[in-house]
Design a protein around this ligand. Structure first.
Ligand code: G3H
Ligand code: 13P
Ligand code: ZN
Length: 359
């Protein structure tokens, strides 16, 4: 069994100068495909479940699928992470089900729609961090609201995300405030707002610095080089996948995601966790459409799901290679949660002390 905490994994990534993709999971096929890619690349991996995933599959099913993945791939360190926890209850129930990391997203109130006040964010994130660290579990916080610098809109594509129009001040994490936030909350990793948003429709053109604010990453990294940064909304929405989706009857207007080379630049400046869901969905959905179009009589779900798993596996392999994650699994020996709890108690895991030789 090789379950690892986010903190231990990202400390290793920082020490060796790589980033780790965090892929969202909802079902067995995604787990199988992501782990097949991790095994092929000798890459550690973060599997993350949103609140939607937890209600779709159920906590017991998700937990058992990840246990099965560990048994099938004992050499691959797996971090099981709560994506966008909205309150203490979501985070603590995840821990009860074996998650080794939780995101307390206090950038929005518990309704996951209303931008929250800074003091609210600090208070709720600190409460979660204090409790989670007592049992060795890691915490990711978020400062700034995810959304488009082009439109000022938060993302509501999946029924969650900020509502209404947001100012640039809300949409861009303030680097000075980020340092204060990390100090006040003790989070192990910080998600930043920099113009990325969830879903396929991130940018109406290839993003430049006006709409994808990589300078925010560089500014925080310069102030706190040891801090692990997290890029959300980091699907690249590859043109080839858009074309395949549309070729087989899909209707996706032309769109741009976050170029892989921008993520690689982020990794050189402290980005350690890269959240990817949309690309995985698109890879699978394009494969479904191809089968449906080419074999309209087909009704065996496996005939749809097998090529979809292959497509997802290929995408994950590309990201493991591009982010430098490949080749690192074998050298990681995960600590127990009890050991991690001890290290937090001893003060050895101050976020500012995290190793970062790449900076
Ligand atoms: O947080 C965003 C992820 O893409 C998860 O989306 O809530 O539809 O599972 P979801
Ligand atoms: P994408 O929608 O760009 O894949 O982002 C996923 C994400 O940030 C999950 O938290
Ligand atoms: Zn996200």
């Amino acid at each position: 069994m090789a379950r690892i905490t986010l903190r231990e994994l990202l400390d290793h990534a920082a020490e060796h100068g790589y980033g780790v993709p965090a892929f969202n999971i909802n079902n067995m096929e995604q787990v199988l495909a992501i782990l097949a890619a991790a095994e092929a690349c000798d890459a550690p991996v973060i599997l993350q479940a949103s609140r939607g995933a937890r209600s779709y599959a159920g906590d017991i099913m998700l937990a058992k699928m990840v246990e099965a993945a560990e048994a099938m791939h004992p050499a691959i360190p797996i971090c099981l992470h709560q994506d966008h926890g909205n309150d203490e209850g979501t985070c603590f129930s995840a821990i009860q089900h074996g998650f080794t990391s939780v995101m307390m997203d206090g950038s929005l109130e518990a309704d996951a729609k209303t931008p929250a006040a800074y003091d609210y964010n600090v208070a709720i994130t600190r409460r979660v961090t204090e409790m989670a660290h007592k049992v060795g579990v890691s915490v990711e916080g978020e400062l700034g609201v995810l959304g488009s610098l082009e439109s000022g809109q938060g993302e509501a594509e999946d029924g969650h995300g900020a509502e209404g129009t947001l100012s640039h001040e809300q949409l861009l994490t303030d680097p000075e405030q980020a340092v204060a936030f990390v100090r006040a909350t003790g989070v192990d990793a910080l998600a930043v707002a920099m113009g990325t948003s969830h879903g396929a429709y991130k940018f109406s053109r290839k993003p430049d610095g006006d709409i994808l604010a990589m300078h925010v990453i560089r500014a925080i990294n310069a102030r706190m080089p040891g801090l692990h940064l997290v890029m959300h909304g980091s699907s690249s929405v590859p043109e080839a996948l858009q074309e395949m989706f549309n070729r087989y009857g899909g209707q996706m207007p032309k769109t741009w995601g976050v170029p892989v080379e921008e993520i690689q630049a982020g990794i050189r400046h402290g980005v350690r966790k890269v959240n990817i869901d949309t690309d995985c969905r698109l890879a699978m959905a394009a494969a479904f459409r191809k089968v449906a179009a080419e074999a309209p009589g087909e009704f065996d779900p496996r005939k749809f799901l097998s090529p979809a798993m292959k497509a997802l596996e290929g995408l994950c392999r590309e990201r493991f290679e591009a982010f430098g994650t490949a080749g690192h699994a074998a050298s990681i020996k995960p600590s127990s949660l009890a050991d991690m709890a001890k290290r937090y108690r001893s003060g050895a895991l101050d976020p500012a002390l995290a190793v970062d030789r790449a900076a």
